[in-house]
Design a protein around this ligand. Structure first.
Ligand SMILES: [Zn+2]
Ligand SMILES: [Zn+2]
Length: 135
């Protein structure tokens, strides 16, 4: 029985992970829940959250907080920054930032840095376009 439960858990986790990997939109748990339901009709939102927390502990999924103050999930775990639109809340990956030596900053605060997060906030091209058309 335990074995069967574990197999089901593994399948759910795989589907949740594949769903996040299938989009670059940095979805919320609600979005993921809606998109795994066709494959996992019996899954609950609570189970989605539980799987997300396991995936996060395993380091295969990252959590980012958007301008909506909600948790968004990212399966791209290579070092990259995010651009968060303050108008529509969209989160875009920013790759290939110029190399920067952060050692000085780490030494200044005197803490052991385990993770580095870079976020830019502003207005995305879509929202810039929309406000231009309105004025
Ligand atoms: Zn926007
Ligand atoms: Zn990302």
């Amino acid at each position: 029985m335990v074995q069967r439960l574990r197999t089901r858990d593994t399948k759910q986790r795989r589907v949740v992970l594949e769903t996040i990997r299938g989009t670059l939109s940095h979805p919320t748990a609600d979005w993921i829940f809606e998109h795994v339901r066709p494959t996992l009709p019996k899954i609950s939102l609570g189970t989605v959250y539980r799987n997300l927390s396991v995936l996060k502990d395993e380091g295969v999924v990252r959590e980012i907080y958007g301008s909506d103050r909600r948790a968004h999930y990212d399966a791209v775990t290579t070092q990259h920054a995010h651009f968060i639109c303050s108008e529509c809340g969209s989160i875009t990956d920013v790759h290939s930032l110029p190399e920067c030596d952060w050692r000085a900053a780490k030494e200044l605060v005197g803490c052991e840095v385990t993770e580095q997060r870079i976020e830019f906030v502003g207005v995305c091209p879509g929202c810039q376009h929309r406000s231009k058309n309105l004025s």
